[in-house]
Design a protein around this ligand. Structure first.
Ligand code: ZN
Length: 443
């Protein structure tokens, strides 16, 4: 099938691609603790049905103990043809409807963008894979495996436990990870790196119980104040990470103008960016330490008391070139040493996934670049990704010779993990075409 036929087929598929994405968005597939399981399993069923509808020769459910199942659909290629694994995930981040302009679980198209939780991250990846395979009428010129997991966002990484058992079935020459995106709509990019990600839960105790802040305040050690001092010490006055022993790098690819980053990040007027040096270094090549949550008395109803205990969840992004375990140990040591007044500190570490630096010369990478340039009609830029996809690191470790391609329809304006997440339907079509063309390039 020629490029023009594929382009026409992907174009014809637009209504169905959109309908399938809408169907997936309607399932509130949040696979976090404390969220209902039914919508997650309903999303798994929907993915399974859609893989079959797109002509998979077989679809397997990979049961993942403690997490929703992953789905593996297979399209065998001609004998001797290479194998390509297309990855996406159907689980999503939680969404607070109060912060959204439209209901997060009711897809709504505004200005050509389909809004809904997961519309971009990463149900767009599923929709693109299905559309690309339909462009080939279900008979791609290479062997295709589509792996759609349901536990990417919760950080539990349980699928990794299954990987050892399933490695042979997942083996591929090229791993095409459809969970990325371009920096700007219509301007194609390949992601050259992923940071690893780990977390620490820091618990501080100073008193046997909370105390009257009039009777004891002033001399009693305040656990919440102790915690905030420890957290504040993680960065210096300029906003750079102040933890000793972290190995940072420098970004060699395309840079990001600061004003463009400010717009994308929707930084409030008059508020500065923390840290020094190029923005691309800060988000792609260096460690980032963020405080994701704090457990402390809530403001409403807080007693007039000195807190005895406080807790924080700290996230550490680990860039390529750094050793994840060493980075986590350095942050842990820093936090422990920063405790004032000999406050008792307990740190629980969730190990960091491995960072990935993609080799642009590896098989698949050049083919993806040609496919992407043809689909968009523009040259391709190399960007980083501050994000993490734990399974990619594990697949990379299992098949070190396989080429890795990280791309997708999630442009920088897609507001993933945030309110009003959306995907541009034109971008989704261009990405689906790039995937269809990649299969031709690899044949
Ligand atoms: Zn994702």
């Amino acid at each position: 099938m020629g490029a023009a036929d594929l382009r026409a087929a992907v174009e014809r598929d637009a209504p169905r691609r959109r309908a399938e994405l809408e169907r997936l968005v309607r399932h509130a597939s949040v696979a976090f603790d404390g969220f209902p399981r039914e919508p997650v399993l309903a999303a798994a069923d929907a993915v399974e049905a859609l893989l079959r509808d797109a002509g998979a020769a077989d679809v397997e459910r990979l049961e993942v103990p403690g997490d929703p199942p992953a789905l593996l659909g297979r399209w065998p290629g001609p004998a001797g043809a290479p194998e390509v694994l297309l990855y996406a995930h159907y689980d999503v981040q939680p969404a607070d409807p109060a912060q959204w302009r439209s209901d997060p679980w009711t897809p709504e198209v505004r200005n050509g963008r389909l809004h809904g939780r997961g519309a971009a991250d990463d149900k767009s990846g599923i929709a693109a894979h299905l559309s690309a395979l339909r462009a080939w009428a279900g008979r791609p010129p290479v062997g295709v495996k589509v792996l759609v997991e349901g536990g990417e966002e919760n950080g539990r990484q349980r699928l990794l436990g299954v990987l050892g058992r399933e490695a042979e079935r997942l083996r591929a020459d090229v791993l095409a990870i459809g969970d990325g995106g371009n920096r700007r709509l219509g301007e194609p990019a390949l992601e050259g790196s992923l940071r690893g990600h780990g977390k620490l839960t820091v618990t501080v105790r100073t008193l046997e119980g909370a105390l009257h802040s009039g009777q004891f305040g002033g001399a009693a050690p305040d656990a919440l104040l102790a915690l905030t001092r420890m957290l504040a010490s993680l960065h210096d006055d300029a906003g750079d990470v102040a933890v000793a022993g972290l190995r940072d790098g420098a970004w060699a690819g395309a840079g990001i103008p600061e004003d463009e980053f400010r717009r994308e990040a929707r930084v409030l007027e008059g508020v500065g960016l923390p840290g020094t040096g190029p923005v691309a270094d800060r988000i792609w090549a260096r460690h980032a330490v963020s405080v994701l949550g704090v457990d402390a008395p809530a403001v409403a109803g807080a007693p007039n008391a000195v807190p005895a205990e406080a807790r924080a969840l700290v996230s550490v992004r680990v860039p390529p070139g750094a050793e994840p375990a060493a980075s986590m140990a350095a942050v842990q040591a820093h936090v422990e040493a920063a405790a004032p007044w000999g406050a008792r500190v307990e740190v629980a570490v969730e190990p960091a996934s491995a960072p990935i630096a993609v080799d642009p010369g590896a098989p698949g990478a050049a083919a993806a670049e040609r496919a992407l340039a043809a689909a968009y009609g523009r040259p391709v830029e190399r960007i980083g990704s501050g994000g993490s996809i734990p399974l990619v690191a594990a697949l990379h470790a299992a098949f070190p010779e396989a080429g890795i391609v990280i791309w997708g329809a999630q442009d920088a304006g897609a507001r993933i993990h945030a309110a009003d997440e959306r995907v541009d339907l034109g971008e989704l079509g261009r990405f689906a075409l790039a995937e269809a063309l990649l299969l031709a390039e690899l044949a």
